[in-house]
Design a binder for this molecule. Sequence first.
Ligand SMILES: [Zn+2]
Length: 234
Amino acid sequence: MIATTEKIEYGKEIIEFELLQEDRKTLSIEVLPTTKIKVKAPQNKNKQDIIKKVKNKAKWITKQKRYFVDNYKKPDEKKYVSGECFRYLGKQYRLKVIKSNIDAVKLKKGYLIVEYNLKTPAKLINKWYKDKALYTYEKELDKCFKQFIAYKIDKPFLKIRKLTKRWGSYNKNSNTITMNIETIKTNKDCIDYVIYHELCHSLYFSHNKQFYTLLESKCKKWNKLKKKLENLTL
Ligand SMILES: [Zn+2]
């Protein structure tokens, strides 16, 4: 499977889309709720023809995009009160908030239990997520990087941040992978996929054929995991 990023012009707008050429007979255009556009086309189809077909659909694509921009539900603002659901490593936990004489967060039997004293539950939970994220990403990066040692590259530094639209990113100049704190809410396979993806960027800047060949060799399920992430709202 080959996936590339393509663009078309529509009025003043540049529409970017991901093109996947695979073993199929027809062309399909999909606008995801995240407003990402995915085009699937037969393997042997000429790229210019595909782009022309997408261009013919530009009006429909912009309409779909606008619909999602208007209706895309933002994750509910958490109130950090007992009963709310919190995600961690792909599982849901119910929050239990307890006034106490200590500040502590722990997971127990499907509950995320927060005992609070000097700090607010919100502060404690966010700090807990951050600590867990750093610890987990560091461990998973070590594991994934083992598969890259043969390429004689330095292990990237790791940073975590709250990113709004991405699960992770890679900066070549500083050799740093920045992971979204929110990625800790997905499961470990998804986290590994994001790390593998970013590690592949340390060898290939763009999402070209070599990039995907490498990714495929390190993470067989990448396409499934990518889809899973695209359909998640946190
Ligand atoms: Zn990428």
